[in-house]
Design a protein around this ligand. Structure first.
Ligand code: WT7
Length: 642
């Protein structure tokens, strides 16, 4: 019998009796209780959720723009994610089920398998000279070795820096150079849409001019690769004779667990720093409560490990909970558009967590395909990455969830480490396009430009209030000025999210998109400045402005306006797009390059991107009399008409 987990009331959805009974959290009093003393609330969660070698002395210390959690506490992330399960009945429970894109058999790693593999790799990394505090680069596709690598780093106190495998060699190089990593873990190749991508070749290129001395190579696709003796080591050879136990390093709660680069408003991505204790506590409890994760669940979050969603909900969150998770190496629509339905059906997935852009892609293709599959195992549907439109929400709810499953729309950021704003399954309500309330123990507000709190219904800037959530970033790698400037300069004692939002009378937040120059392209975060930087480096380009244009499936796509130094040469648009692919990766590819003679500017020479955007979407541009060159607007309009 399939259970209905939701009921409809006054046009919104609420948890059913069955869901309330099952859920970890079903009494909304938790919000009030946590708000009374958030620090004590998190202290209790820290004690209950995580094993500590030594208890902390002070729960929370704040000296803005910095703050610390569980000061003086000692723990190890890998011990918590792996070791503590192997002394329980979960020893041979599936931790990771891996589904390959084509052909071969799937792999199932139990918690004990994971324990063995992680220990061996930890020793192997030690033998390569990796020490506590060193940064290790990880450039791998979605295979269990990626999680094993992250956990092995955590075990020996090394800081992992995962780089998305579809990022270009240039993007890899930038990250390796910035962090001065000496070891990189990669693989020979992997499958994408049936083809083998030679990742080792990309890695080799990205390594040039970096401090990388040793490369660990997973044999995944068996493709031919270049090899440098003494620098390159096969994973399987390194780990074969490695000792089977490696003592976890005792880490401080505030020691950095990982660096993850993300786009800001500048031309180069910045390294977001996450701590050990605070991050793990938020990862553990948000995974448990948001997805109502129980032992019998099969959790499938479709994110790659190269994003924060992958770190927190494809690695640490589920593993800390001793859950079973599924990972899928390939494209969700390969070899046919309902591959993802097939996977849900094949494994009886119960929790499905994906991005609005994926939902819109499935919806657009042919929604009848969903009906061919038995998706009755699903219990919780969740989304992340960008605002979800009503049509996509309703389709996800009605067609995928058969009007049975709550939709948990989670708002958060690379910076926040874990989810922060969403409805909890056992409490609700589940309202299309509305994310929900602040996670218990955290507080958010909507402010105007001057910092005044806006009343319900009024749109403004979303901020987080003190005490800041334990999983929040601890800084930007080697750039304290940027850290202050981006998050703290605007509102002083409140964390500025760079998102627009409004809230309703019940305290539910509706997110309305970024208020800075960051785009969300198919859920990926890309700064307009990054693209502009790449494009203006081209010899033919004098000036460039990139704006985000709305797109049916991807949410937004970048469009580049370019002023040339010389007359337009044949094939220049293609060339510029290639440059972007080479320097960032295919995800940042502009959908169009528009050559113009002039760009609308203020008298102080600032390009007004808002005007370009309005021209693109055929909206009124407003008052342009204060521009230095108002005539440029008509000219661009004419070019766009063509
Ligand atoms: C930005 C952060 C956090 C995991 C993936 C993205 C947007 C994220 C939602 C949501 C509306 C959302 C925001 C945020 N965003 N989730 N549920 N509703 N917008 O992480 O790449 O760091 O991007 O994604 O604009 O600032 P990220």
């Amino acid at each position: 019998m399939t259970v209905k987990w939701v009921k409809k009331q006054k046009n919104v959805f609420w948890p059913s009796k069955e869901l309330k009974q099952r859920a970890w959290i079903s009494d909304k009093a938790i919000y009030k209780k946590a708000a009374k003393n958030p620090i004590a609330f998190w202290a209790r969660l820290a004690e209950e959720g995580i094993s500590w070698y030594k208890k902390w002395k002070k729960t929370y210390v704040e000296k803005l723009p910095y703050f610390k959690w569980f000061v003086g506490g000692k723990l190890n992330a890998c011990y918590n994610a792996v070791d503590r399960h192997i002394t329980t009945w979960r020893r041979n429970k599936a931790a990771i089920i891996w589904e390959p894109e084509v052909g071969e058999k799937n792999r199932v790693l139990t918690y004990y398998d994971l324990y063995r593999e992680v220990n061996k790799l930890s020793n192997a990394l030690n033998s390569l000279g990796v020490k506590k505090g060193d940064v290790v680069g990880i450039y791998l596709p979605l295979i269990p070795e990626a999680q094993i690598s992250m956990l092995a780093c955590a075990r020996i106190g090394a800081i992992h820096n995962v780089v998305f495998s579809a990022f270009s060699p240039e993007a890899l190089r930038y990250r390796l150079k910035e962090t001065e990593a000496k070891v990189l873990i990669t693989c020979d190749g992997y499958y994408r849409r049936g083809e083998i991508i030679n990742l080792k070749k990309q890695a080799d290129e990205g390594l040039k001019d970096t401090k990388i001395e040793k490369v660990v190579v997973v044999k995944r696709a068996g493709n031919e690769i270049n090899w440098i003796n003494g620098r390159d080591f096969w994973w399987h050879e390194l780990t074969k004779n490695a000792e089977s136990y490696c003592k976890p390093e005792i880490m401080d709660s505030e020691d950095i667990l990982f660096i993850l680069f993300t786009s800001g408003t500048t031309g180069f991505p910045k390294g977001i720093l996450h701590s050990t204790g605070g991050y793990l506590i938020q990862a553990y409890w948000t995974a448990k409560w948001d997805f109502d994760l129980h032992d019998e669940d099969i959790h499938w979050c479709t994110s790659d490990l190269g994003w924060i969603t992958g770190h927190t909900y494809v690695c640490y969150g589920p593993l800390l909970n001793g859950a079973t998770m599924l990972i899928y190496e390939g494209a969700p629509d390969f070899p046919q558009p309902d591959r993802w339905c097939e996977i849900i059906e094949k494994y009886g997935v119960t929790v499905f967590y994906t991005a609005p852009t994926a939902i819109r892609m499935f919806l657009k293709f042919d929604s009848r395909l969903v009906k061919k599959h038995d998706l009755s195992s699903l219990r919780i549907l969740a989304t992340v990455g960008e605002p979800i439109n009503k049509e996509a929400w309703l389709w996800y709810f009605n067609e995928v969830g058969q009007a049975r499953c709550p939709i948990i729309d989670t708002w958060w950021q690379t910076e926040t480490g874990g989810t922060l704003i969403n409805a909890l399954p056992g409490i609700g309500p589940f309202i299309p396009t509305v994310a929900g309330r602040s996670f218990p123990g955290t507080r958010h507000e909507v402010l105007d430009e001057e910092g005044n709190v806006l009343p319900p219904g009024k749109e403004g800037n979303l901020v987080q209030l003190s005490p800041f959530a334990p999983g929040m970033l601890r800084g930007i790698y080697k750039d304290p000025e940027k850290y202050f400037e981006i998050y703290w300069k605007k509102y002083g004692n409140k964390y500025f999210t760079s998102d627009g939002a409004w809230k309703d009378k019940q305290g539910n937040f509706r997110l309305t998109g970024r208020v800075d120059d960051v785009m969300k392209v198919a859920g990926h975060r890309i700064a307009t400045a990054e693209l502009e930087d790449v494009i203006t480096r081209h010899r033919a380009v004098a000036e460039c402005a990139v704006v985000a244009m709305p797109h049916d499936i991807k949410g937004e796509v970048p469009v580049a306006f370019v002023i040339l130094k010389e007359k337009q040469s044949e094939g220049l648009e293609k060339e510029l797009i290639k440059e972007v692919e080479k320097n960032i990766g295919p995800i940042a590819r502009p959908s169009k390059v528009i050559f113009v003679e002039d760009l609308p500017k203020t008298r102080s020479s600032k390009i007004i991107r808002r005007i370009l955007k309005n021209l693109l979407i055929d909206q009124p541009v407003g008052d342009i009399t204060t521009l230095a060159n108002p005539e440029s607007v008509e000219r661009i309009k004419a070019i766009l008409k063509k």
